[in-house]
Design a protein around this ligand. Structure first.
Ligand code: HAM
Length: 424
């Protein structure tokens, strides 16, 4: 292993690239503000049990994908593979449900899953998630879809579709589970090992299996939407009614179950036509039992997470990402010695006014400094010549029109005005 290579499935975000992330982060803040979601930040690692209980023991994430280790105090710790269970833990621990409901929170940050890396699938990736806790209003399910769609639209993304399903509540699911077991049992020899293992423990997980031979069997499996209880069917009908009212198009997908045990009722995913096999640019659903499972009061909740890496990939393939690259306000050209001392002082003062100012650290010739100012696309060049300094002046050159003027150095107000920012 070379010291210069990063771990598999991780990415460096370098200058030129990071600006795109920053722009997206700004857009996330604007959209969350409009929907009244406030940011919450949780640790990047939690007690392993939170995910075992929250996500479910018989899920791919818990069985195969978690970064779990014992810390020096022999506690089992897991790098968070997702943000919903940690947010719920923080909601309970900080008593965030004690005020007016619903509580609307969002998070943004790295998640970790030991998956087989490929384009759009990483071992460290970033999610932006939004969660509304304390209400079972189907309109909140629709807002959990509308908010990320607004983000996708604000970014200029096109060619994405919403997949929608309801997987019911524990009551309507118990009879459905029996039907699934009855359906799969005769096929048990043709199922993959993991499906065979889960057949009796958690038969709904079989619907999520990506193995081709299992997929062929799953095609004929009974669908949950035909087994919803009255309340769940009614809730799902209202979700669809609100979606129609808000003119949000969706595809009903009775096979969509998603890979977490905490979901109840509505589940959804957004897929992009720009991405190959890893085409989900986000997903979510209602999880009315999770808060109680983690140790809180019964609290209905619904949320969604955007895969930020995949969103950026989709935007890139549609040429929707542009870095606004503006150069420094001024490049200070000096001749070394005293002139460098003076340039350093002026740079310090201008930077104190919030201006981006550059100067030479490589003992470049004046010609090379001018070249560097051009390369950086500096708006102005300030020339600190011996003669000007004797008069306590500096030559200010506008790099766009070439106009030059001498400005007194004891008048920083005039200098900052020329450079385009009012003095503090
Ligand atoms: P998820 O579907 O596992 O849901 O992840 C949401 C999104 O994160 C995916 O649609 C995908 O865009 C991105 N993602 C997942 N795994 C990777 C990976 N290995 N590499 C790159 N991107 C990835 C959740 O995590 C739920 N917590 C969502 C939720 C919030 N449900 C309710 N509230």
């Amino acid at each position: 292993m070379a010291l210069t290579s990063k771990p598999r499935g991780t990415n460096d975000l370098i200058p030129g690239e990071i600006e795109l992330w920053q722009q997206l982060e700004e857009k996330i803040r604007v959209v969350c503000h409009a929907y009244g979601y406030q940011e919450l930040r949780t640790p990047m690692f939690e007690h392993t049990e939170l995910f075992q209980r929250g996500i479910g023991d018989a899920t791919d994430i818990v069985e195969k994908e978690m970064y779990t280790f014992l810390d020096r105090g022999e506690r089992s710790i897991t790098l968070r593979p997702e943000g919903t269970a940690p947010l719920v833990r923080a909601y309970i621990e900080n008593n965030l449900g004690s005020g007016a409901l619903p509580v609307k929170l969002y998070y943004y940050g790295p998640m970790f899953r030991y998956e087989r890396p490929q384009a759009g699938r990483y071992r460290q990736f970033t999610q932006f998630g939004c969660e509304a806790l304390g209400s079972s209003d189907p309109l909140l399910d629709v807002e959990a879809i509308a908010l990320p769609l607004e983000l996708y639209k604000t970014c200029g993304l096109s060619g994405f579709e919403v997949e929608l399903n309801s997987i019911g509540c524990p009551a309507c699911r118990s009879s459905y589970r029996e039907k699934l077991v009855q359906f799969f049992e005769p096929h048990s020899d043709s199922l993959c090992r993991s499906c065979r293992d889960r057949l009796h423990r958690n038969p709904m997980r079989l619907l999520d299996c990506k193995v081709e031979s299992c997929q062929r069997i799953i095609e004929d499996a009974p669908v949950i939407t035909e087994h919803l209880c009255g309340d769940c069917a009614d809730h799902f009908a209202q979700v669809r009614q609100y979606l129609d009212e808000l003119q949000i198009p969706y595809n009903l997908n009775p096979r969509l179950v998603r890979g977490f045990d905490y979901y109840t009722r509505t589940v959804f995913e957004v897929v992009s036509s720009e991405l190959g096999s890893q085409n989900a640019i986000g997903g979510g659903g209602r999880y009315d039992g999770l808060v109680e499972e983690v140790g809180g009061k019964p609290t209905p909740a619904v949320g969604y997470a955007v895969g930020v890496d995949r969103l950026l990939l989709a935007l890139k393939s549609q040429n929707k990402l542009q870095v606004d690259s503006t150069g420094p306000s001024a490049y200070l050209v000096h001749f070394g010695g005293n002139t460098k001392l003076k340039a350093a002082r002026v740079a310090h003062l201008l930077r104190g006014k919030g201006l981006w100012v550059e100067l030479d650290h490589m003992d470049r010739s004046v010609k090379a400094q001018m070249k560097q100012a051009n390369r950086l696309d500096s708006k102005y060049v300030l020339v600190f010549g011996e003669e000007e300094l004797r008069n306590n002046q500096v030559v200010v050159k506008n790099m766009q029109d070439g106009a030059e003027e001498k400005v007194a150095l004891d008048d920083m107000g005039q200098l900052t005005k020329i450079l385009g920012v009012c003095a503090k």
